[in-house]
Design a protein around this ligand. Sequence first.
Ligand code: TXE
Length: 486
Amino acid sequence: MRKFLMTIGADRCPALADEWIETENPYTGEPWAVIPRGREADAYLAVEAAHEAGKGAWGRLTATERGRLLHRLAQLIRENSDTLVDLEVTDVGRRRTELEGGALEYIASYYEYYAGLADKVEGQVTPVDRPGMLHYTTYQPMGVVVCIVPWNGPLLLASTKIAPALAAGNTVVVKPSEFASTSILALAELFDEAGFPPGVLNVVTGYGNEVGSALTSHPLVRKVAFTGGNAGGAAVARSAAEGFRSVTLELGGKSPNIVFADADLDAALAGVSLGIFSTSGQSCMAGSRLLVHRSIADEFVDRLVASMRDATLGDPGEPTTDIGPISTRTQFAAVLEHLDVARREGATAVLGGARALPDGGEKGWFVQPTILTNVTNDMRIAREEIFGPVLVVIPFDTDDEAVAIANDTNFGLAAAIWTSSLARAVGIPPRLEAGTVWVNAYRVVSAMFPFGGMKDSGVGRENGTAAIKEYLETKSIIINATVRTR
Ligand code: TXE
């Protein structure tokens, strides 16, 4: 059994109490490594190490120098990609082809993007309506930033936070998911090698309600960036509010993928499939509701079923695998529970609908790719985030009805429309209550443009130039030039 250590200041360490959590391989269903079970005392050490680092050499670096370190880190991520990919395949069940085919490069790109932005955060001079007064804004680091990360894409979802937080000059404590910490623990070691001073990046592992809540309530923490479920997000926001700490929350979704009758149906099929099945549905932006015009609904669903019927489920490390396992035992049980709910609610599984037992992965956590018809938007399976390879199909008759169904959800993370009409491509996106709307595309994301949710899908935005401001304090400086100075 492999043993991983936390990074606190200059130390690679177990938890103070020397307690451990087993981490399981979703393909085999077996434990394969242990991670430290940090608790409050470990969290406090990490926050203090981060606080000290901010007052030390890191705090004296120029923004350009911080950018150089981030560039070096991006390079090291590429050089160590085999190790990082292996860890996410083993610990999370992410497919190797997906990681090697671009996802790991995408992670490295975050550090480069924010490296470039580090010395381009410009303030503003504001006209003042009183003679002799000068006003300008500047931006300064907040201090210690806590990044709380879920299990579905640990390296990526940590990097979307770490990169802007460090570019802005803060120091960071990362709390990975108790189910998938190993890739982030390995990433932490690269910070040393890149030349970051000790304590700039710390990683403490353990349970959310133990080490996680100790971090979010620590008085020295000024900002909490969270990706995860809505219950966890609400707990984090409550705890942060007690100390008036700023929060960014990236939460769940039930995103509509809307296919109009005039769409390029081949492209739409590929986009709908990518939207829900590519990470076994374990993605905040999964296109989990297919809204399809009634005139093409049967044909479209038949083609979708045919395209998925022979999908290969199995070892996420193998290039022939199309669909990997569900990442955690708990989530696996939750998806199967939703399939029970679907049956009870009267939905029809035109594809899948049950646990899968692929050769070699019989003890793993596999769910058949599932397409459910006879669904209305008021059913639980159309309202709750399933976070598995489960697509619900809801036909519509008019554009207004499509928009109404799309918006009839507590979530507001993403949406897509498929159409060949310019009027729809231009007219519908502003009407959709979602932080991201794709037209004839799905899942196109980048460090370069904002991502985040409306309604219950979150608070604030990650990515893009504006996201660095989520990690900076704005300062107004007013100079009275009518008073004599030397
Ligand atoms: O996430 P949690 P869970 C959705 C998905 C899933 C559901 C629950 O629908 O079924 O959320 O997943 C830490 N203080 N998403 O329970 O608990 C926790 O330790 C501080 C959507 O696995 O939200 C972990 O590091 N930290 C999603 C992180 O929060 C706390 C990704 C996320 O775990 C905490 C994953 C607390 N009180 C699940 N409670 C997305 N948006 O992509 C938990 N944590």
